[in-house]
Design a protein around this ligand. Structure first.
Ligand code: N7H
Length: 497
């Protein structure tokens, strides 16, 4: 009996997609493919065997859980991960006909994220249409692929990165390495604005939904993993692969904090600004307190002595149709409009679920930055999301929900413009980078005035779209016969002279 793609999720799907590679340190090695045949040989000769699968991650998670039973918070030194993904230019170089391999509507992947940055994502650009905040390494479509390496400390990570690069030799050129690190001490698991991240994680029906926390979303595999027509030979190798959206998002932490303080002062003119109030404004911008507790459960006071149960307690917005407890524009309500956000049922949003797996980067805020209230050093989030369609997942959420002042439409409070997502939404109007929202300041919606934020405190510094093939998909790529291109033959010939 042949196995179905769903039965193969554990052994075939790369580990970062469904369960996330466990990590305290992560390196993203962005590369160009210089010699496709040598690269394929390196894949075949040991590299594919080192790729961490979903089953490997499940086994690692059990080891970590066993160790934590006796020593809470411990992370095991032996645990390492390796995944690999390719941009459409990379797949081209490996001999894939990208038009045949993917659907006609996988346009964003084929065109690359730089084109999408100006077309759909609303990234800042000048009058000539050039992206103004993007770093040069992400421009010009030079990135063919990315290795994701994870480890429990930097020494082990550096060793793994070195070995991977040595194994690949001249077959690739390292364009840039980006390192992420879990924040230290009590900030572990929190992103740089201070909020606990990585809480929500949709599950896959028939794979890991039976053990999901109560209230967590369940979606069919095809929301996250490709399921092409089995009769289409050109697409067969893409089964159980997923599109990866990578974004380098710089966070301006002192500016974010200053904004919450100023908004608090604006809310209660003439009164001293209380930390309690600006903490509440920050929580209303996100939809959760920094500890992770959803504000629909605790809409006024920051809960103390928070337990995992408080953080994971199921919620939707059906008891908060008029955004009294959680604003429509809160990041988690904009990015995942659960039941109660707009008249249609939640079922309509299942297609837009994503699996996130990002990590913080950069140093902690320095005393000097705290003193002057200004960012001097670069830090932020290396954002990663996986989905079976960028047009329904990452791109859709950014473009149609986070950047869109009119979303959620037809809301119960009849607010025409609930506003931008103030965390990561962009104002697409080229002449202004101001974002506005309703409902962030506490109080009844009818008492609300617009809250204006300028400039944004999350700055997109670039990114790329990739395809993360399954293990059989990788083997297919590694064995794909490419008639060595004329350019490559000339290059090889010259190198031998
Ligand atoms: Fe967001 N933040 O700290 O404010 N995000 N996010 N995100 N995000 C979430 O539920 C954050 C970004 C989603 O199901 C939490 O795990 C920051 C992008 C989605 O309830 C926090 C940045 C996109 C969810 C943050 C950033 C999304 C989510 C709550 C950038 C997509 C799940 C913790 C620097 C385009 C919502 C959690 C749900 C949750 C933050 C980026 C999407 C704290 C700082 C670009 C779908």
């Amino acid at each position: 009996m042949t196995s179905t793609p769903d039965q193969n999720i554990a052994k075939d799907v790369q580990g970062d997609i469904v369960l996330r590679l466990p990590k305290t340190h992560e390196a993203f090695l962005f590369f160009s493919i210089e010699h496709a045949d040598d690269f394929k040989r390196a894949l075949r000769n040991g590299l594919i065997d080192r790729i961490t699968t979903t089953a490997d991650v499940a086994a690692d998670e059990q080891k970590i859980a066993r160790a934590r039973a006796s020593l809470p918070g411990v992370f095991l030194d032996g645990i390492q991960g390796l995944n690999v993904s390719f941009s459409s230019t990379g797949l081209n170089k490996l001999g894939v006909n990208v038009d045949e391999a993917f659907r006609a509507d996988d346009v964003a992947f084929k065109a690359g994220q730089e084109a999408d940055g100006t077309e759909s994502l609303g990234d800042p650009m000048d009058v000539a249409g050039k992206l103004t905040t993007w770093k040069s390494e992400f421009k010009g479509r030079r990135i063919d692929g990315v290795f994701l390496l994870t480890a429990s400390n930097k020494v082990v990570l550096d060793g793994a990165a070195f070995r991977t690069l040595v194994h690949l030799g001249n077959s690739i050129r390292l364009i840039v390495r980006k390192d992420g690190v879990v924040r230290p001490g009590i900030e572990r698991g929190h992103e740089h604005f201070g909020f606990l991240d990585g809480i929500t994680r949709p599950t896959i029906r028939g794979f890991n939904d039976s053990t999901r926390p109560e209230g967590e979303s369940v979606a069919p595999p095809e929301v996250f993993l490709l399921r092409p027509d089995p009769k289409d030979e050109n697409k067969k190798w893409t089964v159980n692969g997923s599109f990866l959206a990578f974004r380098e998002l710089q966070q301006e932490v002192p500016e974010f904090q200053r904004f919450t303080i100023e908004a608090a002062a604006e809310s209660q003119p003439g009164q001293p600004v209380e930390p309690k109030l600006f903490a509440l404004i920050g929580a209303r911008m996100v939809g959760r307190w920094k500890s992770g507790v959803p504000i629909v459960h605790s809409p006024v006071d920051e809960p103390q002595n928070v337990t995992p149960g408080d953080i994971l307690k199921p919620f939707d917005f059906s008891d908060d149709l008029e955004q009294v407890r959680c604003p429509y524009a809160a990041h988690i309500r904009k990015s995942h409009p659960r039941k109660g956000t707009f008249p249609e049922d939640r079922i309509t949003t299942i297609d837009h679920l994503i699996l996130r797996s990002g990590i913080a980067y950069g140093p902690e805020v320095t005393d000097e930055e705290k003193r002057v209230g200004e960012t001097k050093e670069e830090r932020g989030l290396l954002f990663v999301s996986y989905q079976a369609s960028l047009e329904k997942g990452f791109q859709f959420i950014q473009k149609n929900w986070l950047n869109n002042v009119a979303f959620p439409f037809n809301n119960a409070a009849r607010i025409a413009q609930p506003g931008h997502d103030l965390i990561v939404g962009q104002n697409e109007a080229a002449e202004s980078d101001q974002r506005t929202t309703q409902g962030i300041k506490p109080g009844r919606p009818e008492e609300q005035t617009n809250l204006v934020s300028a400039p944004p405190f999350v700055v997109p510094r670039g990114g790329e779209y990739f395809f993360t093939p399954s293990i059989p998909g990788l083997r297919h790529l590694a064995n794909l016969s490419t008639s060595t291109s004329a350019v490559e033959m000339i290059r090889k010939g010259l190198a031998r002279l």
